[in-house]
Design a protein around this ligand. Structure first.
Ligand SMILES: [Zn+2]
Length: 300
């Protein structure tokens, strides 16, 4: 839903304005602020589940079209899985989750693919509903619920339009003279790999693209939204914690994340686990409702 909002960082602009006014350049700053406030007032949306106000100044059709083209390019670069059981499980989870989120993102054209990449425990999503899962992640998951927790997290990035927000914020912070176009550029960022890569090979060759559009806050928000979505789809939300714990142990056993800078904009495993724990009661209530309805259907 698009509505009016007043993003927090605009307060910072006012602070800068007050400071600069002492140097008598109000005539330059006032129009700039007015433009920014006007733009912020018409380009906001409420994020489903969390209810956060998010900036969205980019053209959805434009960013989606570029995203779809980029996803197509990535598919041509990656080795696609030919494992029918892996493809089937990802499609099955994708189908259940996309039905659950339908009303939050009705225009998405969901596509779930599996890249053949043994040892790569990751997944990413892109605007428009494009989701890729690396086969190493499927091998690592103990059950369908754990895999669903990652796919739900990726879907959450799409539903929350984190890429749109990233580009919107970048645009607003440009100097006025440069702010004549959205400036999405040729590379559309996906909304993040699920965990830090352990060595460059573990990125599956798409690290630079998929890590560009998210930060700690967005990751925690995707965990939040994904947890609720997986529970509403009938997957056990407790398995998201179990998977994160196993991933943490696995990465630690391999010497920890080795990609410089990754931890600068990603929350650590303990932070993610604490946040998910805080939300577990709410998630379990959704999950139990689904379980009860299933039981009821069986008895009838
Ligand atoms: Zn993420």
């Amino acid at each position: 839903m698009v509505h009016l909002c007043f993003p927090r960082h605009l307060y910072n602009f006012f602070g800068i304005f007050i400071m600069l006014s002492r140097f008598s350049i109000r005539s330059v700053i006032v129009p700039a602020l007015a433009t920014m406030v006007l733009l912020a007032s018409v380009g906001c949306q409420e994020v489903p589940i969390t209810g956060r106000n998010a900036i969205s100044l980019v053209d959805d059709k434009d960013i989606t079209a570029k995203s779809i083209a980029e996803f197509k390019r990535l598919k041509s670069m990656q080795k696609m899985s030919r494992n029918p059981s892996q493809i089937k499980i990802v499609q099955q989870i994708g189908s259940r989750l996309s039905r659950t989120v339908f009303w939050d993102v009705p225009n998405a054209e969901w596509e779930f693919v599996v890249f053949h990449a043994p040892g790569v425990m990751n997944a990413f999503a892109m605007p428009g509903g494009k989701v890729a899962v690396f086969s190493g992640l499927i091998d690592f998951c103990e059950n369908e619920d754990q895999l669903a927790s990652v796919i739900a997290h990726e879907i959450a990035h799409v539903v929350a339009r984190h890429t749109h927000e990233k580009y919107s914020q970048g645009w607003m912070l440009k100097p006025l003279g440069a702010a004549t176009s959205i400036g999405i550029g040729t590379t559309i960022g996906g909304t993040g790999v699920y965990i830090p890569s352990v060595g460059s090979a573990a990125s599956g060759g798409v690290t630079g693209i998929t890590q560009s559009a998210f930060d700690r806050g967005k990751e925690l928000e995707a965990d939040h939204i994904g947890l609720i979505y997986m529970a509403k789809a009938g997957y056990d939300p407790r398995q998201s914690l179990r998977l994160l714990q196993r991933m943490e142990e696995d990465i630690a056993s391999k010497g920890g994340p080795t990609v410089n800078g990754w931890l600068a904009n990603h929350p650590g495993f303990p932070q993610r686990q604490i946040k998910i724990n805080e939300l577990m009661d709410e998630a379990m209530s959704h999950y139990q409702k689904i379980e009860e309805s299933r039981t009821h259907t069986v008895i009838e």
